[in-house]
Design a binder for this molecule. Structure first.
Ligand code: TXA
Ligand code: MG
Length: 351
C-alpha cells in the first residue's frame, strides 16, 4: 500500500507515485483511486498486462475495460475518430465521471475491448489517478478494483479486502467522492446511448448535446438484455440476500417489518438499509439486528457516495437478509437504483 496525500503539490514526483507507475510500465497491476471508485490499472497497450487484471478480479473475458487517460488530447491515441457530440462532452465533463464509447485504434490491446471494435475512454477527475497515469506514460486500462461480482471499492481497504495477494499494490489516496462508477455513453450511435448510468446524469448530458437515449434495460420491467456487456452480470452484490421494497412509505415500512420478522423466525441475521430520515424509526422498532443509514433521501449524491461501503458493512457484520427502500430514478438516482437492483439481484417488491 502506497499512502499518498492527494492534496500535495507535484504528486507526480512523489516516490509512491513513481514506484507505482514503474510497476504499471513493466506490465504489472496497481490499484488507484479515482473520483468514482478505485480502479485496478494495467498498461492498456499490452495484452499481457491486461490479462493480469482479468485474472486478479476473476472477471469474464467478454467484459471490456475502460481506458483511463491523463489529458484530453490523449483520446486521439485510443480512438480512431471523435464525433462532434463526443468532443462537446469532453469539453463539458472531462476530467470527470463520463466514459465515452468510441471507435478504437489498433494500439489498444484486444483484451481491453473484449474483441469489440469500440473502446471506452475516460479522463478521471482525481489528482492521484492523473499523476499516476502521467508518470506511467501509458494509457491505463482499469475496471473497478473489486473481485468480480462484489460491491465496487470506494476505499483502499475495500481493495485490499478483495485483492490482497492478487495485485502488486494499491495507491491509497483516501475515500473516493462520487461513489458510483462513471456513466458509460456510446457516442458511435445516434442519438448517443447511455449503456450504464453513473456519475454524470442523463439530464446533464442532454443539456450539452440534446437528446440522449437510455438502454431500455435500465427502465423498470426491462425485458431486453443490457447493451453494455458488463451490465448482464450479477454485480455489486452483498453476500446476504437483499430485497428492495417500493411503494407508499407506510406500506413499505409494514412490508419490511413483516419480511424482517419472517427472516428472523428462520434464524437469519437481519439488516435494514435505512436513510437518515428512516433511521430513528428503524432504531426504535428493533426488528433488525443491524440498521445502517446510506444517507439522506433529499441528497441522493450522499446515497451514491455511501452505497457500496454500506453494502460491504452488511457483509462485515455477516448479515444474511437485508431489506432496503427504493429511491427516485431521476438525476444520480438512476445510477443509485441501477446498482441497488443489481445488489438485490432483481428482488424488488412493489406494495
Ligand atoms: O468509474 C468507473 O468507470 C470505474 C473507474 C475505475 O474508472 N471503472 C469501471 O470499470 O467501472 P468497470 O470495468 O467496472 O466497468 C466498465 C463498464 C462495463 O459495464 C463495460 O461493459 C462497459 O464499461 N464497457 C467498456 N467498454 C465498452 C464498450 N466498448 N462498449 C460498451 N460497453 C463498454
Ligand atoms: Mg465494475
Amino acid at each position: 500500500v502506497w499512502i499518498v496525500d492527494k492534496n500535495v503539490e507535484n504528486l507526480q514526483a512523489c516516490t509512491q507515485i513513481v514506484d507505482a507507475a514503474q510497476f504499471l510500465r513493466v506490465g504489472e497491476t496497481v490499484a488507484f483511486p479515482t473520483e468514482t471508485v478505485y480502479g485496478l490499472g494495467a498498461d492498456a497497450l499490452s495484452d499481457e498486462a491486461v490479462e493480469k487484471i482479468f485474472m486478479a478480479k476473476g472477471r469474464p473475458s467478454d467484459n471490456p475495460l475502460i481506458v483511463h487517460i491523463a489529458d484530453k488530447e490523449q483520446v486521439n491515441d485510443i480512438a480512431s475518430s471523435l464525433p462532434e457530440k463526443g468532443a462537446a462532452l469532453i469539453e463539458a465533463f472531462w476530467p470527470g465521471p463520463l466514459t465515452l464509447i468510441l471507435p478504437k485504434t489498433e494500439r489498444v490491446a484486444s483484451l481491453v475491448t473484449a474483441g469489440l471494435d469500440t473502446v471506452g475512454v475516460r479522463m478521471p477527475d482525481h489528482p492521484v489517478a492523473l499523476a499516476l497515469i502521467k508518470q506511467a506514460g501509458v494509457p491505463v486500462a482499469a475496471p473497478s478494483a473489486n473481485r468480480s461480482g462484489r460491491p465496487s471499492p470506494t476505499t483502499a481497504e475495500h481493495v485490499m479486502a478483495d485483492l490482497a495477494g492478487r495485485i502488486v499494490g494499491v495507491v491509497d489516496g483516501g475515500a473516493t467522492g462520487v461513489g458510483v462508477e462513471s456513466t458509460v455513453l456510446d457516442v458511435t450511435v445516434e442519438p448517443p446511448l447511455i449503456c450504464r448510468p453513473g456519475g454524470i446524469t442523463r439530464e446533464q448530458l442532454e443539456e450539452v448535446i440534446g437528446e440522449v437515449a437510455i438502454d431500455p434495460a435500465f427502465l423498470p420491467d426491462a425485458a431486453e438484455a443490457p447493451r453494455s456487456p458488463g451490465m448482464k452480470y450479477t454485480h455489486y452484490a452483498p453476500e446476504g440476500e437483499m430485497w428492495l421494497v417500493d411503494g407508499e412509505e407506510s406500506r413499505v415500512y409494514e412490508q419490511m417489518r413483516t419480511m424482517l420478522a419472517e427472516a428472523k423466525r428462520h434464524g437469519r441475521k437481519t439488516g435494514v438499509m435505512a436513510t437518515m430520515e428512516s433511521l430513528p424509526y428503524w432504531r426504535q422498532q428493533q426488528v433488525a439486528d443491524v440498521v445502517i443509514s446510506v444517507g439522506s433521501r433529499s441528497e441522493l449524491e450522499q446515497v451514491a457516495q455511501h452505497l457500496y461501503g454500506v453494502l460491504r458493512q452488511f457483509d462485515d457484520e455477516q448479515v444474511q437478509f437485508i431489506v432496503g427502500e427504493t429511491f427516485p430514478r431521476s438525476g444520480i438516482g438512476m445510477a443509485v437504483m441501477n446498482r441497488l437492483e443489481k445488489a438485490a439481484g432483481g428482488r424488488i417488491l412493489a406494495v
